[in-house]
Design a binder for this molecule. Structure first.
Ligand code: GDP
Ligand code: IMO
Ligand code: MG
Length: 427
């Protein structure tokens, strides 16, 4: 048995949560492998909307096991809030939610450092979600961090204090300090830790590999997007983890030969939230129309998302990095109102045409667009690829031809049922 992967091919918010939730009942386990509460994955079904941050998007499917892998960073306080939302919704999950002992903890002072670092950067700030992600992964790599498996150890308090002291020493090097009620945040953290103890902590690498050996089907759920990958994204305007397929191996403890289908998700246009380059960004009324029609506001921070046309050189790059075997095109309904749809097919850089993403994706990258006819009609009644309006079908074919990967699912609305599916991920 192999692990299938779902991940975002752009700068995040491609609709990963929706697609994971849709496909989850074909699997036995859904596992998050990286990121933390910077993620906001939205699920809409039965007239209700849920946003998940740390808990995998398979949690609403009865009997499905959900695992938070070692590559994930956990904020016990926000995790408790998230569990509270599931309790309110009447979801039974405690017996089938597991967390890796090797997942790292986000401390209140990690969030304080995140805020302080962003403040110091001024106009050059990353636009972090301020969830403490960067500082936590720094401590992980720096071999200072505290993991879930340490919570019950007798020296936990001392280790917490040592790490906090280190953070406070770093804080002294900054001139400006943000508003932050550390005592209140610490109270929430320790309350959250007690709650975290109610979730079974496992040796997740053995857990996952045992599942594979026993023929269980596993779906790995990515967070953020490939252009936010710490190695291959638009550095330094990235997150601090490996968001690409390779991150599944290190974030769950599985060998590369265990990777099966890689399902890459892209919006039919493109968005980004936070700072950093975005060659196809539209600063005009078309961008505004995309934002309004697509309701492009962050699921975690509520910030307006920057909007633009789909960028095919960018997608070719992330398809290459991830080994994508199937594409999912989401939010195609947002384009219903457009007479003309565009896609960047190449870049002009220093007067030369290229379809390669350059070392720095800055202002020097000038996208060249192809234009496609809009379909100018609603897609509510479209349930199969064959029922798609001709213009929509031809837009999808053009993308497939350019990208060299089949589009096997098309999402036509936020609801779980609003999906056209010809995927080869079988039950
Ligand atoms: P994720 O982080 O990749 O899981 O994506 P988000 O949940 O942050 O953002 C995607 C947003 O688009 C959410 O509000 C979804 O409910 C919504 N959404 C997902 N698929 C579709 C779609 O096909 N059409 C429309 N209109 N909205 C969608
Ligand atoms: P999902 O999983 C979109 C962005 C932030 C910022 C940069 C670094 O919902 O797709 P961080 O908090 O990680 O230090 O922020 O990455 N970012 C996201 N953008 N969707 C996300 O997650 C994101 N998680 C982080 O806006 O630009
Ligand atoms: Mg999101």
């Amino acid at each position: 048995m192999k692990i299938d992967v779902i991940l975002g091919l752009q700068w995040g918010d491609e609709g990963k949560g929706k697609i994971v939730d849709y496909l989850a009942n074909r699997y036995d386990v859904v596992a998050r492998f990286q990121g933390g509460p910077n993620a906001g994955h939205t699920l809409v079904f039965d007239g209700a909307k849920y946003v998940l941050h740390t808990i995998p998007s398979g949690v609403f499917r009865a009997d499905l096991v959900n695992l938070i892998g070692n590559g994930v960073v956990i904020d016990p306080a926000t995790f408790k809030k998230e569990m509270g939302k599931l309790d309110e919704a009447g979801v039974e999950y405690k017996s089938r939610l597991f967390v890796s002992k090797k997942a790292h903890l986000i401390l209140p002072t990690h969030r304080l450092l995140d805020a302080t670092s962003e403040l110091a950067k001024g106009k050059d700030k990353i636009g972090s979600t301020l969830r403490g992600i960067g500082p936590t992964y720094m401590d992980r790599t720096g071999r200072n961090s505290i993991r879930v498996g340490d919570i019950t150890k007798p020296d936990f308090q001392a280790r917490y204090q040592a790490l906090k002291d280190k953070h406070m020493r770093i804080m002294k090097g900054y001139e400006e300090h943000p508003e932050f009620d550390l005592a209140a945040e610490e109270a929430k953290f320790f309350d959250g830790l007690e709650n975290l103890k109610s979730i079974t902590a496992v040796d997740s690498e053995y857990f996952v590999n045992r599942c594979i050996r026993n023929g269980k089907r596993i779906l790995a759920e990515g967070a953020q997007g490939s252009m936010l990958d710490v190695d291959f994204g638009t550095y330094p305007f990235v997150t601090s983890s490996n968001t690409i397929t390779a991150g599944v191996c290190t974030g769950l403890g599985v060998s590369p030969d265990k990777i099966g289908e890689v399902i890459g998700i892209t919006k039919a246009y493109c968005t980004r939230v936070g700072g950093g380059p975005f060659p196809t960004e539209l600063h005009d009324e078309v961008g505004e129309k995309l934002r309004k029609e697509g309701q492009e506001f962050g699921a975690t921070t509520g910030r307006p998302r920057r909007c633009g046309w789909i960028d095919l050189p960018q997608l070719k790059y992330t398809i290459m990095l991830n080994g994508v075997t199937q594409l999912v095109l989401t939010k195609i309904d947002v384009l219903n109102i457009f007479d003309e749809i565009k896609a960047a097919t190449t870049y002009i850089i220093d007067g030369e045409s290229t379809d390669q993403v350059p070392y720095e994706m800055d202002e020097g990258v000038e996208p060249v667009y192809s234009s496609y006819k809009g379909w100018a009609t609603g897609l509510e009644n479209v349930k199969t690829f064959e029922q798609l309006p001709a213009a929509a079908a031809s837009y999808i074919s053009a993308l497939e031809k350019e990208l060299g990967v089949a589009v096997t699912m098309v999402s036509t609305g936020p609801d779980r049922t609003e999906l056209i599916d010809r995927s080869t991920v079988s039950i």
